[in-house]
Design a protein around this ligand. Structure first.
Ligand code: SAH
Length: 426
């Protein structure tokens, strides 16, 4: 077959697509078909466990047998994913007879349609055909994916009027609005978890929204390298520098989020770890929602789990801990304002992860021991976990506060108490 391929974006929602074969090739093809909303008929005597799960969940229709010509009744597209070349050729012949495009895993040259290498970012789909060489198309696709991940600023200079002074309706605003979910014609806010410290531990979605933001309101604990990547036209508000007490500062942050969004700007509120783990994300969400500003939350990797992992400690381990509890230590146990029942936590056998606990560590550890947690329980304190500056000390509950003081550890740090500490042998 000669001639260049003619690229198309097939709109398969509700349309019958037949997949013949239930092995690894079909396993790789089916998710994108389901994502496109296709009405998938899968014909195969056996399925891989992943395909079986789709069938069991009712996401596709499975005919447990070999292919027959009638399977193509009403089909718009066929994907042949069987090993046997003569069976594949026979299916392909039926498809040709009925003028149904046919993708063949076994013989690209004989196929009437090719599947491209694909990358998606938000609403944008990039499909690459490598002239019959799948490795070439994947290499080109990967290069484009990296370019997209680097952010729109890397692809083209920002359009005039976009950025810090961007009016509603500027190109950058439109780009965000083009994504499937937001429908508001003005600005919007995303509360994005930046992860625990290593700049690579932000999510793919968080990084994309950051690259599209016109205003970024960043926490003290946000990895600096993420901010380094912002273009000069992006307004960066350092929430740590807001010159009031904590309560007023939070009101001020809420006000900035709402004001900027109402002015039509795309705002990312970038928060250390996960926005909802001791991060006041809920308050900011309510402030935006209350002001009628569209707001989304992008979860992040929390330091409660990741800082422990950074020190080689799994928060659970088979036959060692069947639970982990994350608790704030910002108030001493005897504070009337404390909502933590330390006497109950002392009775747990699993892992206890204490955030914001360095200042009150002496009182906290003494209380846990007084209520029955053994003083020899292993403990680890991880300062600036997952960053190049990470520091770790190993101790036991009875003496951990003294060891932290002697070592001069400073916040941000998590304290992890339990038999999981040291369980991996280091
Ligand atoms: N939302 C954040 C936590 C905010 S509370 C999250 O999900 O991680 C701030 C506390 O988090 C700090 O006092 C410290 O206890 C902990 N913390 C945050 N980043 C840390 C890091 N890189 N290493 C150790 N602890 C960290």
């Amino acid at each position: 077959m000669s001639g260049n391929p003619y690229p198309l974006g097939l709109r398969l929602a509700g349309r019958r697509v037949v997949v013949v074969g239930g092995g690894v090739v079909a396993t790789r093809r089916v998710p994108a078909l389901l994502d496109a909303g296709a009405d998938v008929l899968l014909v195969a005597p056996e399925l891989t466990p992943a395909l079986r799960a789709h069938a069991d969940a009712g996401r596709l229709c499975w005919q447990r047998r070999r292919f027959t010509a009638d399977d193509l009744d009403g089909a718009w597209l066929v994907q042949v994913a069987v090993d046997d070349p003569s069976a594949a050729a026979a299916i392909s012949a039926v498809a040709d007879e009925r003028r149904i495009f046919c993708v063949r895993a076994d013989d690209r040259a004989a196929a009437t349609a090719w599947t491209p290498a694909v990358t998606r970012q938000g609403p944008v789909t990039v499909a690459v055909l490598g002239g019959g060489d799948p490795r070439r198309s994947m290499a080109v696709r990967d290069a484009i994916r990296d370019l997209l991940a680097a952010g729109p600023g890397r692809l083209a200079p920002p359009p005039a009027g976009a950025g810090a002074g961007g009016a509603p309706g500027s190109v950058r605003v439109d780009r965000w609005q083009a994504s499937p979910r937001p429908t508001h014609r003005g600005g919007q806010v995303a509360l994005v978890g930046a992860g625990p410290g290593d700049p690579e531990l932000i999510t793919v979605k968080g990084r994309r929204l950051l690259a599209e933001a016109e205003v970024v309101v960043a926490d003290r604990l946000v990895p600096g390298l993420l901010l380094d990547e912002l273009g000069p036209e992006v307004e960066l508000v350092d929430a740590a520098k807001i010159p009031y007490g904590p309560a007023r500062a939070q009101e001020e942050i809420n006000r900035i989020l709402v004001d900027r969004a109402r002015a039509g700007r795309t705002v990312v509120r970038l928060k250390g770890g996960d926005p909802y783990v001791f991060g006041r994300g809920g308050e900011e969400l309510l402030a935006c929602a209350g002001a009628g500003v569209p707001v989304t939350v992008v979860p992040g990797v929390t330091s409660a789990i990741a800082a422990a992992a950074g020190a080689g400690v799994p928060v659970t381990h088979r036959a060692v801990a069947h639970e982990f509890t994350v608790v704030s230590g910002h108030l001493p146990p005897d504070s009337p304002a404390s909502m933590v029942r330390w006497e109950h936590l002392a009775g747990l056998r699993g892992t206890l992860v204490i955030l914001m606990g360095l200042k009150n560590l002496a009182a906290i550890s003494a209380t846990l021991v007084a209520y029955g947690r053994p003083a020899q329980t292993p403990a680890v304190v991880v300062q600036e976990g997952t960053t190049d500056a990470q520091r770790t000390i190993r101790s036991t509950l009875g003496v951990v506060a003294a060891d932290v003081a002697a070592a001069g550890l400073r916040p941000p740090a998590v304290v992890v108490v339990g038999d999981v500490v040291g369980t991996l042998g280091f």
